[in-house]
Design a protein around this ligand. Structure first.
Ligand code: PEP
Ligand code: MN
Length: 341
């Protein structure tokens, strides 16, 4: 439930309500908005007596949270959450582009990609060091060596790094190197992993499972927030449907639906949705127009030789072309592109 304070409630009114809730055994989560403060309580027992809170000074009303997810819901926190990634605001006024190869292959490949995407206007570098592959015989990633390469690219270009973590045991290691820990589509309901990334203090990029509903995505995010980590970015990356013309079907409506139901930032991955370079730019532009906070795009210096997802990876020239269009649409939407410093 949510305790809505009056707009003229004093600090002392607010702390009295917080102390009352604590004395009843709850953990209140206050949010100070521009106009008023609201106090969320996740575990409010059905039928519990809140008359003491209801009649306290400065309380306007008590509203039950109707959704199955609580802390991620917009009812719980009406203002947008802005996730700070090493000084870059995701979910703020600017549109953010994350780009780089699917997998880290070697130093030269990552450094070439990092310099190029930075030049093209990306402000965060992506690259997988641990790859969750459908086949156990496919390249599984360079592991820690891959993380070291990403760090070298970050040091040279200044771009913060987003990289995937595939198991709870690796969360400590990956968070030593990464600025954002990515939980991939195949792991969206790996609850041990969600709890582990909920206990760290670094941003998490949670990708929607290819067979998951928006509600299941929000419930997965709830695991992370309820374990203490509020810095979560959601990602729509396409879902599995009967359509075979694309690798996945980009559920573009997920963007406004998530925005309505949650305060968390949402980005789109046009690469894994499209599955082919030809469709990446139109999907990226649709993401900007639908109100996404950013995109994450696969770019490879030589897509023909890529070890992983080459068919959907943009060349540097294609990335530059896409970015010209992304910049124009973002400006038209009143959401200018965040340019790398
Ligand atoms: C990736 O980002 O390279 C990846 C494996 O994505 P997803 O988890 O969306 O399939
Ligand atoms: Mn990939």
């Amino acid at each position: 439930m949510i305790v809505v304070m009056k707009s003229d409630a004093t600090m002392s009114d607010i702390s009295t309500v917080i102390r009352t809730l604590e004395s009843m055994g709850y953990k209140p989560h206050p949010t100070r908005g521009a106009d008023r403060t609201i106090i969320g309580v996740v575990d409010a027992r059905q039928g519990a007596d809140f008359s003491q809170v209801e009649s306290a000074n400065g309380v306007e009303q008590i509203i039950p949270i109707t959704k199955a997810y609580k802390m991620v819901s917009r009812e719980f926190k009406p203002e947008n959450t802005v996730v700070n990634v090493a000084g870059i605001a995701v979910g703020g006024p600017e549109f953010v582009v994350m780009a780089g190869p699917c997998a880290v292959e070697n130093r030269d490949q990552v450094l070439t990609a990092a310099r190029a995407v930075r030049k093209g206007g990306a402000s965060i570098l992506r690259g997988g060091a641990f790859k969750p592959r459908t086949s156990p015989y496919s390249f599984q990633g360079l592991g820690e060596e891959g993380l070291r390469i990403l760090l070298a690219a970050k040091r040279e270009t200044g771009l913060p790094v987003v990289t995937e973590v595939i198991s709870p045991e690796l969360v400590g290691l990956v968070s030593e190197y990464a600025d954002i820990l990515q939980v991939g589509a195949r792991n969206m309901q790996n609850y041990a992993l969600l709890e582990a990334v909920g206990k760290i203090r670094k941003p998490v990029l949670l990708k929607r499972g290819m067979m998951s509903t928006v509600e299941e995505l929000l419930m997965a995010a709830e695991y992370i927030l309820s374990n203490g980590n509020q810095q979560v970015i959601l990602c729509e990356r396409g879902i599995r449907t009967f359509e075979k013309a694309t690798r996945n079907t980009l559920d573009i409506s997920a963007v406004p639906v998530i925005k309505r139901n949650s305060h968390l930032p949402v980005i789109v991955d046009p690469s894994h949705a499209a599955g082919h370079t030809e469709f990446v730019t139109p999907l990226a532009l649709a993401a900007v127009a639908a109100g996404a906070d950013g995109i994450i795009v696969e770019v490879h210096p030589c897509p023909e030789t890529a070890w992983c997802d080459g068919v959907q990876s943009l060349s540097i020239e294609m990335f530059d072309e896409m970015m010209t269009a992304v910049r124009a649409v973002a400006t038209a939407m009143g959401r200018p592109l965040h340019e790398p410093r």
